[in-house]
Ligand binder design. Structure first.
Ligand SMILES: [Zn+2]
Ligand SMILES: [Zn+2]
Length: 181
């Protein structure tokens, strides 16, 4: 077991006012918390290098995105952030996401027929399988594409490429339902 402490922001309501404080948080596992800690720490470094501070709003938005087990829309991010601090507005979330996206800390996904969704940007290659039925999103292992990036460079003389594949289809559950109808 890996026991460690880190700082976390907590929102307290005092005399009907919401107050944000930094508190030491003790973690009894290596899982999500350590990952979150690492992502927020790395993001903090990037922000500082580019002359920005890790404000409480930026910290909250990064944490919400990292803690989510799926992609989140702006509305979903705002809803989760406002649970921690109801005074953070949609426009603050919007502007913060713009900045985090520009700095390469947050990935903006445009999946067919959906408003943009956001997730933590980690690594360069990132591929999605999207279910047409239930809209479930599955992340695809980059290794499955084999030498496609190399072949795009050698056969099409296309360089410096980032490859974000989106494949639409039906997940197993939805496919079974369709076949029974
Ligand atoms: Zn499905
Ligand atoms: Zn994704």
């Amino acid at each position: 077991m890996y026991i460690h402490t880190h700082l976390a922001i907590r929102t307290l309501t005092l005399a009907r006012r919401s107050v944000r404080i930094w508190v030491a948080h003790i973690c009894f596992g290596e899982g999500l918390c350590r990952q979150m800690h690492h992502y927020v720490k790395a993001s903090n470094e990037t922000l500082r290098k580019r002359g920005y501070r890790l404000t409480p709003q930026r910290y909250m938005i990064l944490s919400v995105i990292q803690e989510a087990d799926s992609h989140l829309s702006i509305d979903e991010i705002t809803e989760r952030v406002q649970k921690r601090n109801p005074y953070v507005s949609l426009s603050t979330v919007y502007r913060t996401l713009e900045l985090l996206r520009e700095l390469g800390l947050v990935r903006e996904n445009h999946l067919p027929g959906e408003q943009p969704h956001y997730e933590a940007a980690e690594g360069t290659a990132h591929h999605h399988l999207v279910c047409r039925g239930c809209r479930a999103v599955i992340h695809l292992d980059d290794a499955l594409l084999g030498d496609l990036p190399d072949r795009l460079q050698s056969q099409y003389h296309f360089h410096g490429l980032t490859l974000d594949l989106v494949a639409a289809g039906y997940c197993d559950e939805c496919w079974k339902t369709i076949k029974h109808e």
